[in-house]
Design a binder for this molecule. Structure first.
Ligand code: FAD
Length: 306
């Protein structure tokens, strides 16, 4: 059982993720994503509630590209917090949005009593890849962080970081320089893009600490539970697949149950290695799959809280 730190303000319990990250014991957080349509709302809500019952350190709720599902992000985040007292992190993107829309969303988050926001730029939509961006209201996550701080200086703000560099960056030095600016704009902690080789993370950590980025880093682990997911994950993140992982997909890819078991074991192994190397807070990209979240947590039951 995780002990939550926090404080009570006007009768409401305040749970800032930055305080939870001071935990020196292993703790897991889980990510869920909102439904794409009204009809799938109830099934997604049930899945997220099943994950909340595992009592993770916190849960993050992603924000659909383009903001089309924004109301669901907030509804799910509010529900998890209210029903299960699990701290929530509401994601928000800004690219190709107007100041008016983004400000409205921020006020909605504040009024909903959500104190943690993951500030993201979002991917540039394909049709706007070559557009003139000089007159856009927001170009980078840093712009959004400034807006969040201006509306509510009390928000606890997370940002994304990329151990294998962001695909648009020319090189890692440039990427880390921009990351430092993002932190200086008001980022309290950083969550990493998925990675499948922990050495890439250790290397990245060394470089960002050397560059003077001192905020807590939350490694993001994606359990790959079916062969199709591998392709999607590489396409989305550009992550390097170690041979050890490829062999596992070759051997078990055509057997769904075996692939799921092997993928969960691989993710568990990554988490154990991270904890053994001093990283205490791990974010699991649990993708609305309560059974996967539960299995990883139970695999680690004798380690969590130690
Ligand atoms: P930024 O930090 O703005 O960086 C984007 C690029 O711009 C980088 O190459 C950076 O080096 C560069 N850059 C930054 N500032 C400057 C500057 N001043 N001048 C020049 N270059 C600069 N997407 C969603 O749509 N919804 C989600 O909920 C979501 N959640 C995510 C959670 C995590 C943990 C991660 C890792 C990613 C998530 N994404 C999500 C994907 C994310 O939106 C994309 O990766 C996006 O392309 C970059 O977002 P960012 O916030 O990292 O951008």
């Amino acid at each position: 059982m995780l002990l939550r730190s926090g404080s009570v303000c006007k009768g409401e319990y305040i749970m800032k993720i930055i305080d939870l990250l001071k935990n020196e014991k292993l703790s897991l957080s889980f990510e869920v994503f909102p439904p794409k349509t009204e009809t799938s709302f109830e099934s997604v809500k049930t899945a997220t509630e099943e994950i909340a019952k595992l009592n993770p350190a916190f849960m993050s709720v992603t924000y659909g590209a383009g903001g089309g599902t924004s109301k669901y992000t907030l509804e799910i985040a509010k529900n998890i917090k209210k029903m299960y007292n699990v701290p929530t992190l509401a994601h928000l993107t800004c690219v190709s949005s107007t100041k008016e829309t983004v400000r409205e969303r921020i006020v909605d988050i504040k009024n909903a009593g959500i104190e943690n926001v993951m500030a993201l730029r979002g991917d540039i939509p394909e049709e706007l890849q070559n557009a003139d961006r000089s007159n856009w209201d927001y170009n980078y996550a840093t712009d959004l962080i400034k807006e969040l701080k201006a509306i509510n200086p009390d928000f606890c703000i997370g940002g994304a970081c990329y151990p294998e560099i962001h695909p648009e960056s020319a090189n890692q030095k440039e990427d880390i320089k921009r990351l430092k600016e993002k932190v200086e704009a008001g980022c309290d902690f950083l969550t990493t893009q998925m990675f499948f080789d922990n050495n890439l993370l250790y290397n990245f950590l060394y470089k960002i600490r050397e560059a003077g980025i001192t905020v807590p880093i939350v490694p993001g682990i994606m359990p790959i539970t079916n062969a199709k997911q591998v392709e999607r994950a590489i396409k989305l993140s550009g992550s390097f697949m170690p041979q050890r992982f490829k062999s596992l997909v070759d051997k078990f890819g055509s057997d769904p149950d075996a692939m799921k078991q092997a993928g969960i074991a691989y993710a568990t192994d990554q988490i154990i290695d991270l904890f053994a190397n001093g990283l205490t807070n791990i974010h699991v990209y649990s993708m609305n799959k309560p059974d996967v979240a539960e299995k990883i947590q139970s695999n680690l039951s004798d380690i969590i809280g130690k």
